[in-house]
Design a protein around this ligand. Structure first.
Ligand code: NOJ
Length: 511
């Protein structure tokens, strides 16, 4: 009896639930699936599209791609988009999150020339979605900056703010009448830290402790300017929502040693607060602790001013409230402890001073950074609720990587467990509007190429048509969307997919 009591207590402690009530997603909770342009479209130089930073980087450095497969052809969604929409119809999702390739629409990177063939491609995709009452959710920028703009400094150049605004203006003018959900920028932390600090991603600028912070300021302001642009010129007429998608994984102390607890709180402010605080906190601006640490270290390092650029009063005002929803891309949890290694000074790693690890009992995906810890999504929601006063949230990405194969029990289980945690977060008051599975189809996972598969649908990259086939997880997700509950042991009778019997309403927009 005592043992049973302890077991219950530890279950409650671990998962936070204590009863067997069946929890259900309400009818207005939205389900979607996501991809991004570079990762799926292919057609890298067709119909007027020009070179972006990933094209250039991978063409010059094929050796950095795990399996050598770049985005030149990828999943060929440029030609297979109707099949992609068919998959979305099979699943019965409410929306499809995809991104626009800046170069496909503006071949010079600037708004002086508009590539009508590129505009037509996205128009066709949007129309195909709306025909089946699947709402498009468009990401304006998902890592693929035009190379012409990179040659001028990319996101390290404050003019990037204007370039992004001009690009967004063109896109809004073309599609705002049909698209209600917009995401300005995907994962600013990766753009800036991987691109301008540690040299992992193009433009691979190695400017430790400096480049990433300049980039972060510009990217955040670019986001806010585009939010204000929509607010001013389109919002009244089209009533759409504009948000930003941030990488929001959960961070918790390795153990309850005070130094680890303290440094975890600090690290959360660096990784989450830097991007959330300027938009959702009452006072705005970057978090105080982040400003203080970087200023102090900069002084010790002999700089005459902080390496973190300041936001002036006008910029703080511009950023505050500049999002209708907070998009969170959540995949995993990391354990944080004080770093034992001496990092180069200055550097971002030196500023944050942490090292990360995973619990040995967590199941690992194909990607070395991805461990399954479902309670993390619950904790992250509660953290955001308490700190930022219950902002509207859309989970704009969550997923799991495997190797090839249709029987992806691990992905299906990961989906079920995270969905249970999301139901609990909803029950505890999180203002969560929707969930997006990453990804609809296998695609180019950046430097991992196609060695890490994230698709609900497998893509046969060797076939002419990049054949898409439903995995077990696609069936499980479809069933969940239909029943609105998580069923642990449900299995499809056959792996053959049919169009979901979800009733489609007439699209509200004239095509
Ligand atoms: C987040 C990124 O937005 C997406 O491009 C990537 O494929 C997934 N994480 C998985 O790593």
């Amino acid at each position: 009896m005592y043992l049973l009591f302890c077991l219950c207590l530890s279950l409650v402690g671990t998962y936070g639930w204590s009863d067997n009530r069946q929890r259900k997603f309400k009818d207005d909770f939205l389900f979607g699936a996501a991809t991004s342009a570079y990762q799926v479209e292919g057609a890298w130089n067709l119909d007027g599209k020009t070179e972006n930073v990933w094209d250039k980087y991978f063409h010059q450095h094929p050796e950095v791609i795990t399996d050598g497969r770049n985005g030149d052809v990828a999943s060929d969604s440029y030609h297979q988009y109707k099949r992609d929409v068919e998959l979305l119809r099979e699943l019965g999702v409410d929306f499809y999150r995809f991104s626009i390739s800046w170069n496909r629409v503006l071949p010079t990177g600037f708004s002086n020339i508009i590539n009508e063939k590129g505009v037509q491609y996205y128009d066709n995709l949007i129309n195909e979605l709306l025909k089946y009452n699947i709402q498009p959710m468009i990401t304006l920028f998902h890592f693929d900056l035009p190379q012409t703009l990179q040659d001028l400094g990319g996101w390290a150049n404050p003019l990037s703010i204007e370039w992004f605004e001009q690009y967004a203006h063109v896109v809004f003018n073309k599609y705002a009448n049909k698209v209600k959900y917009w995401i300005t920028i995907n994962q600013p932390n990766d753009i800036c830290i991987d691109g301008y600090e540690n040299g992992k991603w193009p433009p691979a600028v190695d400017s430790k402790g400096i480049g990433a912070y300049i980039c972060i300021k510009n990217v955040m302001i670019a986001h806010a300017k585009v939010y204000r642009l929509y607010e001013k010129e389109y919002k009244n007429k089209y009533k759409g929502s504009v948000g930003i998608a941030l990488a929001v994984n959960w961070l918790e102390p390795l153990n309850n040693k005070t130094e680890n607890v303290e440094i975890t709180e600090q690290y959360r402010e660096f990784m989450l607060g830097t991007f959330i605080n300027p938009i959702w906190s009452k006072e705005g601006d970057f978090p105080r602790i982040v400003k203080d640490i970087i200023a102090k270290k900069s002084k010790e390092q002999g700089f005459t001013r902080s390496r973190l650029p300041t936001l002036n009063t006008e910029e703080i005002k511009l950023l505050k409230g500049s999002s209708d929803f907070l998009g969170i891309n959540h995949y995993t949890t990391s354990l944080v402890s004080r770093s034992k290694t001496q990092h180069p000074s200055p550097s971002f790693n030196d500023d944050v001073g942490v090292q990360l690890s995973k619990r040995s009992e967590w199941k690992m995906a194909k990607s070395p950074w991805l461990a399954s810890a479902p309670y993390g999504i619950y904790k992250v929601c509660i953290h955001i609720n308490l700190k930022y006063d219950y902002p509207p949230i859309i989970i704009t990405e969550h997923g799991w990587s495997t190797g090839p194969g249709l029987q992806d029990d691990d992905r299906a289980n990961n989906l079920r467990e995270y969905m249970k945690a999301i139901l609990l977060a909803l029950e505890d008051g999180t203002n969560l509007k929707g969930y997006t599975a990453w990804s609809l189809i296998d695609n180019v996972e950046w430097v991992a190429g196609t060695s890490e598969r994230f698709g609900l649908y497998e893509v046969d990259f060797d076939s002419e048509e990049k054949t898409r086939t439903a995995r077990l997880s696609a069936h499980v997700y479809k069933r969940l969307i239909h029943t609105r509950v998580v069923e642990d042991n449900w299995k499809p009778k056959s792996m053959k997919m049919k169009i979901s019997d979800r009733k489609y309403k007439e699209p509200k927009v004239d095509l």
